[in-house]
Design a protein around this ligand. Structure first.
Ligand SMILES: *[C@@H]1O[C@H](CO)[C@@H](O)[C@H](O)[C@H]1NC(C)=O
Ligand SMILES: *[C@@H]1O[C@H](CO)[C@@H](O)[C@H](O)[C@H]1NC(C)=O
Length: 231
């Protein structure tokens, strides 16, 4: 009796193993349908792998070479000059000087900090969740690894994408000294939207507002001055 049970259990497990093996082989042989087709090129992302299933070995260039290649690309230069002309206006208005200690939040690959250096600022720090050395360090903009009031100026063009905008803004205000400036560029808006964004800054006053074109998009730029005494 026990022998029969044992035999039956053995057969059942053999059957399960066979089924499992067959399914595995089928899965290995099938190309997943979730692969992005190589025939759908995106103009702005031509340097990305052609397909998510592209398993050909990537080129691993040393960092300086990789950066030199990226910084000499037409797309990079275009975005850089867009940021430069945007920042130059603030320099000409007297809001930015060569000695202004600047911070860029959610700086991406580093166009904004490079533009600030280009217009003459000598002390520029930039952070992003993913680092792009030497321009951008890794840090969470919601929890900046800097002491209070160490910057004269903070800039972001990515407040709208922040997980917690109020927290993001609070960190901007905390790390900029009193009397310093916070600059945000958001999707073009006016009226109440501008008021709502300005209101996120609990301890700053709006000093300049302009509609600008940044990276080819229509944006509204808000410059706020951190107040001398906390509200
Ligand atoms: C600021 O720096 C730039 C480049 O580093 C320089 O050409 C310019 O003369 C400086 N401006 C002042 C006011 O010192
Ligand atoms: C910017 O554009 C928005 C919407 O197009 C408009 O409502 C607003 O008044 C403009 N702001 C300025 C400062 O021109």
């Amino acid at each position: 009796m026990e022998r029969n049970v044992e035999k039956m259990l053995n057969r059942v497990s053999v059957a399960f193993i066979s089924i499992g093996t067959v399914i595995m082989v089928i899965m290995i042989l099938q190309t997943p349908k979730t692969c992005i087709s190589p025939e759908a090129p995106s103009k702005s992302h031509t340097h990305f792998p052609r397909s998510t299933c592209d398993s050909s070995p990537r080129q691993h260039l040393p960092l300086p070479k990789k950066n030199a290649r990226m910084w000499s690309s037409k797309a990079w230069k275009l975005r850089l000059s867009s940021f430069s002309s945007y920042f130059v206006r603030f320099r000409d208005l007297g809001f930015l000087q060569n000695h202004t200690k600047a911070l860029c939040l959610s700086a991406g690959a580093g166009h904004a900090p490079m533009a600030l250096s280009q217009i003459g600022l000598s002390d520029v720090t930039a952070v992003e969740l993913v680092e792009s050395l030497p321009l951008v360090r890794r840090a969470d903009p919601h929890n900046l690894p800097f002491f209070d009031g160490v910057f004269d100026f903070a800039f972001t063009a990515h407040l709208a994408e922040a997980l917690f905008p109020w927290r993001f803004v609070a960190e901007m205000e905390r790390t900029v000294r009193r009397g310093g400036l916070c600059l945000v560029a958001v999707d073009e808006c006016g009226g109440d939207d501008v008021k709502d964004i300005a209101r996120l800054f609990l301890n700053s006053k709006l000093v300049d507002m302009a509609n600008v074109t940044l990276e080819g998009s229509k944006m509204t730029s808000l410059l706020l001055k951190v107040q001398e005494s906390p509200a």
